[in-house]
Design a protein around this ligand. Structure first.
Ligand code: NAD
Length: 476
């Protein structure tokens, strides 16, 4: 294709646009932009039917300015070296924006996970981990993977089990990967963290009166008409939390079609049905929805429907030069990585569409992964030491209030008011506390440089990473 711009090139184009607005020397900017290491390997897999096939796998560590590096592992037929490098680069910038102290990384295996049995997937995942251990591409202080497209807590459990069997650092072993099941050292709130973060971000965006007015929308998330693409980890939680916050979910799109109801779909019920379908049998057309809901033949159709907020939460390159002119959403929140190509993004910005960029919008996942990593290194659950103490202190205050006022609280009131923070409370609080303020910082940079939010987010990331190199004394 003559005009094809690779995913990594697109990320770098966005980087260059922002870099031009900073005063850092070229050498420093090039250092930040380049991908530090990439490991491509293959291994044979004997399928259960006896056939042998060769599996291609990658791990890219984009930036070692902070260690460990961090980033998900995806299983998809679209995985290739360029994609892995682009996603690793986005991780570097994402971590900087939300102050997660990691360099960026990403891994991928070129398979369609729906076509393999559980045993085959376990074999692939364990072999992948073995290869990473052999080449020093995984470890609590080296490189820490997490779930991404096509992977989840189960794959992370196989990774930690393989890693701890092979590696010498048994004590810190659990911190070699995040997104694990709770019993394997995972943290409460990680599974839903990216979606919860996207929902927080969307609510924060809708809370800015000035921006909403410019888009011809009212302030607040209540009643906003939302379409979500992808019912996987990120999309399903995003839709569910937004519905809880008062948004109207009018469209849900999956790989083989979509559901559309301008009066609103029950996202929670649809997600429950979707999750109950067996792997390999999932289809949007098998879901039971009220008669008034329309079934769409393809997800592409759904992206072009009239809505206030479009949230692509599946894969990259979903809004491109081919469909950009038909996109009607006023706000696009990039829950997936790279769902809008750089050309399409420019066209939409010119039309006044507000795009909330991926490396900020979906950073909730890596942020809570950071909390999980800290928990594993500390070997103690958040809230374990102080929760009971806090509850007792609150109760003493409430008792003093009762004595002063002569009025008593009921037991349910006491329970609610004297609730000490447990792990889930602290994780949600840390997530909300980071995502909200980060948005307002990006808005300030946007106003200062008169740029779009994506460029503002790159400026923020570049400046933060530059400080690390300047502190090393390499650059002026
Ligand atoms: P997932 O595998 O859990 O879900 C992806 C879903 O998208 C699947 O249900 C799949 O069937 C669906 N899908 C595939 N092609 C589609 C299409 N053309 N139209 C509609 N739906 C389609 O993956 P995930 O973890 O939810 O990741 C989704 C995106 O979010 C990816 O870009 C990933 O990099 C990004 N992301 C994920 C996390 C995380 O914590 N999981 C964190 C940050 C960013």
């Amino acid at each position: 294709m003559a005009n094809h711009v690779s995913f990594f090139e697109q990320v770098n184009r966005n980087f260059d646009r922002a870099a031009a607005l900073t005063s850092h020397p070229r050498g420093l900017l090039d250092t930040i932009k380049s991908c530090n290491s990439i490991y491509h390997f293959t291994f044979p897999l004997e399928r259960e039917n006896g056939e042998v096939e060769v599996v291609h796998a990658w791990r890219a560590e984009h930036s070692h300015h902070k260690l460990p590096t961090k980033g998900g592992i995806r299983y998809s037929l679209d995985v290739n070296e360029d994609e892995v490098m682009a996603l690793a680069a986005l991780m570097t910038y994402k971590c900087a924006i939300v102050d997660a102290p990691f360099g960026g990384a990403k891994g991928g295996i070129k398979i369609d996970s729906r076509k393999y049995t559980k045993n085959e997937l376990e074999k692939i995942t364990r072999r992948y981990t073995f290869e990473l251990v052999k080449k020093n591409f995984i470890g609590p202080g080296i490189d820490v993977p997490a779930p991404d497209f096509g992977t989840g807590a189960r794959e992370m459990a196989w990774i930690v089990d393989t890693y701890t069997a092979l590696a010498n650092d048994k004590l810190e072993g659990a911190a070699c990967v995040t997104g694990k099941p709770i019993a394997q050292g995972g943290i409460r709130g990680r599974t839903e963290a990216t979606g919860r973060g996207v929902a927080f971000v969307t609510r924060e965006v809708c809370g800015v009166e000035e921006d909403m007015k410019a888009l011809g929308l009212s302030r607040g998330i209540e009643g906003k008409r939302v379409i979500v693409q992808g019912l996987g980890n990120v999309g399903s939680y995003t839709a569910t939390f937004l519905q809880e916050m008062g948004a109207t979910i009018i469209g849900l799109l999956e790989f083989d079609g979509g559901l559309y109801d301008p009066k609103g779909l029950d996202a929670q019920a649809i997600v429950a049905q979707w999750n109950a379908l067996r792997r390999g049998e999932k289809s949007i057309h098998k879901l039971e929805v009220p008669d008034r809901a329309q079934k769409l033949a393809s997800p592409a159709e759904g992206l072009e429907l009239d809505c206030d907020i479009l949230i692509p939460a599946a894969l990259e390159n979903q809004i491109t030069a081919l469909n950009v002119d038909r996109i009607k959403a006023k706000i696009i929140v990039e829950a997936a990585n790279g769902p809008v190509t750089s050309d399409a993004s420019e066209t939409l910005e010119k039309r006044g569409v507000l795009i909330v960029p991926d490396h900020y919008a979906n950073a909730g996942g890596v942020l809570v992964s950071y909390f999980e990593w800290l928990k594993n290194l500390a070997h103690v659950r958040f809230g374990r030491l102080e929760r009971r103490f806090e509850e007792q202190a609150y109760r003493r205050i409430l008792e003093a209030v009762e004595v002063r006022t002569g009025k008593s609280f009921t037991e349910p009131e006491l329970k609610a008011l004297a609730h000490g923070a447990d792990e889930a409370d602290l994780v949600h609080s840390g997530l909300e506390d980071t995502m909200g303020p980060a948005y307002h910082r990006l808005r300030e940079i946007r106003a200062q440089h008169q740029v779009d939010l994506r460029t503002a987010a790159f400026i923020e990331a570049i400046n933060k990473i530059a400080i690390c190199y300047q502190d090393l004394g390499i650059f002026p």
